[in-house]
Design a protein around this ligand. Structure first.
Ligand code: SAH
Ligand code: DHB
Ligand code: MG
Length: 222
């Protein structure tokens, strides 16, 4: 009952703040048609990422975990004309669907998707001088969250915002003895974010279309 109400509130907020949006709606239906898992951020969460990118005046954004490009579209829309988003995706099929979705959203010039394991791609991005990024959204395989946070820091500057998705997972995060690599990766990244002197951070829970979950966020200090 409560969960149904939470979902209804999410629908209400989505209608108000996102509404019908051909690029986003098209991205979701194309992703479903292609058989991609429906695990993208919710509509209000996507809009939150958009707001955060705007608040940060982000010119360069790094995303780890593209899926069908839903979150990438929301973040890329916050970029100025010369802004760029680089998104890393392991699955070539996801990347192909995302590229089509992003092109349909009119964002092909601003968004680059690289295919491969993020941990294999990140060293090249660093040596290419791809950073620093103003915003990093970490949303891929959760067991590698600690490594991704390390790379995000390496590719950051003071003011960079680092966001980690799915840090609650129905309360699974509380299990300090968890055998799940994803839970262990999430707990470790939270501990890193909390104790890393170069950042200040928090985590917030969320309910709604994605069930009970949450995001952690950190900002790199001056
Ligand atoms: N950010 C997306 C959702 C990403 S879902 C959105 O909200 O719209 C997680 C994605 O990470 C999946 O597409 C999965 O294929 C990808 N992924 C999993 N392991 C990865 C890895 N090691 N490197 C890069 N991408 C990975
Ligand atoms: C799921 C949701 C996510 O946002 C994600 O990044 C991975 C998995 C899920 O609902 O299973
Ligand atoms: Mg996620």
């Amino acid at each position: 009952m409560t969960e149904a109400l939470q979902r209804s509130v999410d629908t209400y907020f989505s209608t108000l703040f996102v509404g019908s949006d051909p690029a986003l709606d098209g991205a979701l239906s194309a992703s479903t048609a292609a058989g991609l898992p429906e695990i993208q951020v919710s509509a209000p969460q996507g809009k939150l990422l958009h707001l955060l990118a705007r608040m940060r005046n982000a010119r360069r954004i790094l995303e780890i975990g593209t899926l069908g490009g839903y979150s990438a579209i929301q973040m890329a829309r916050a970029l100025p004309p010369d802004g760029r988003l680089l998104s890393l995706e392991f699955d070539p099929k996801h990347a192909e669907v995302a590229r089509a979705n992003i092109a349909r959203a009119g964002l092909a010039e601003k968004v680059e998707i690289r295919v491969g394991r993020a941990l294999d791609l990140l060293p090249t991005i660093a040596t290419e001088g791809g950073g620093p990024f103003d915003l990093v959204f970490i949303d891929a395989d959760k067991e590698h969250n600690p490594d991704y946070f390390g790379w995000a820091l390496k590719l950051s500057r003071p003011g960079t915002m680092i966001i980690v998705d799915n840090v609650v997972r129905d309360g699974a995060v509380l299990d300090a003895e968890s055998k799940e690599e994803s839970t262990r990766g999430t707990r470790r990244v939270l501990e890193m974010m909390a104790s890393e002197p170069r950042v200040t951070a928090t985590a917030v829970q969320s309910v709604g279309a994605k069930g009970w979950d949450g995001m952690a966020m950190a900002v790199v200090l001056p």
